[in-house]
Design a protein around this ligand. Sequence first.
Ligand code: FB9
Length: 500
Amino acid sequence: MAEQDSDVKAKAESSILKHLNFENEISNSRDFSATIGIDHKTVEDVIKSLHGSEFVIYEVHSEERWKLTKEGEQYAADGSPEFQLFSAVPPQGISKEDLKKKTGAAIFELGSKNAAKNKWINMGNFITRKVESVEDQAKQILLLIKGKVIDEETMKNIKVMKTRNLIELERWNVYSLKKGPKFKVEREKPLGDFTREQLQSGEWKKMELKEYNFNAYPLLPDIGHLHPLLKVREQFSKIFIEMGFEEMPTNNYVESSFWNFDALFQPQQHPARDSHDTFFLEAPSTTKSVPEDYLGKVKTVHEVGGYGSTGYKYAWSREEANKNVLRTHTTAVSARMLYSLAQRSFSPRKYFSIDRVFRNEAVDRTHLAEFHQIEGLICDRGLTLGDLMGVLDAFFARLGISNLTYKATYNPYTSPSMEIYSYHEGLKKLVEIGNSGMFRPEMLRPMGFPEDVNVIAWGLSLERPTMILYGIDNIRDLFGHKVDLGLIKKNPICRLGTDN
Ligand code: FB9
């Protein structure tokens, strides 16, 4: 069983104290550690701790010497590359190819250069010896240095060996120590803790107490850690609140198809509304409550339009709207909030939501069946697409993302709609960073909003920025049962807004 570090320390301490007790001093801690067979680092730590309790006083001075690098050790053992190469050149000469095969590329590269420089060989496609035999001076010098013989001769060659990275300067401290004011041949371990007996007997009064080491690093209590997603969520909600947005209540994963789709003017035969994309609930399979009069208006706008819209001209089904689903977007929550806003006298509002949404999608590196959607919306009179671009600039600027570009796209509930892009330095490509648009009158007017009220909105995911910020390239490493808690524990605070 490997000797515990503390046992080695205890052995070093008693050797030092016993030696000081007899010799009164230790002149060279290195030689001393060699004699007691304990590495100098441990002896150094013990000397410092004994000094701390004034058992010893010490002086320290640094010494240095040249030592061979790994490469130097190799050449000291097998000969310098130039000597190995020379030895591989037969008296009758040899072709470059054959010699390279014989010595190997590394030795050939290094050896041929130096051998030629030492005028040992004629370089060319056919290599011949210039001299009968040679002295492997380099190896000699390395062995001298290894043997610590730094005489005039070797000193002259130190520079060459250094540039050839065959030697390096090793520096170390040497301690010389004497007895200190509180020297004793045995240091009983200062008390760091009291036993009940010591307290009751008062024995503790005569015992040496361990100094408080205020520099000691505390054992970090095993506290909880915020998941990276929640740290980034924190940053996003801070940005929204700083921009004057209110958070929408998103504490209902189960939503009726009415609020998740119909209220958003998403036609009932839209592909996203079938079970390939959406999780439908078995129980409770249908919703209990939808505002009847509003439902009528939604039915109408789907079937025959109005407010300048043709509608979708299909028979709208109440049953379909009643089906409960796991919400596929937090835009369903926006619909609820906007509807209740429209029931009151109009006042502008800025809302945001960040919560889970569920999509029955194939799981891959960046997609799980659920993700966190971030959504922002502003409801006010006379809002334009320009206002949307303006607020997107302001919002993403706080994420450290600028020079946004847009690509027209289609969402059933917004027109016009735009995908948002930004060039990502790190990824060296345009990244789609979200989607946005102006909610359609077919969505807003049935709620009761006057014609001049518009709502600009945008959405993105929480997972994508978190993966990019934490350099995680597989969403499974971020979310779910396979997450390595290590990542959670040691992941730094995320700073959005600095150069992501
Ligand atoms: O998050 C996305 N990309 C993204 C966002 C931030 C980011 O930050 C980096 C630090 C720099 C990096 C990337 N996307 C949206 C874009 C794509 O990843 C996309 O492929 C995947 N999207 C999800 C949906 O996938 C089916 C991300 C998710 C998404 C898409 C649209 C909305 C919300 C989330 C929306 C909306 C919307 C539109 C109009 C009105 C209201 C809401």
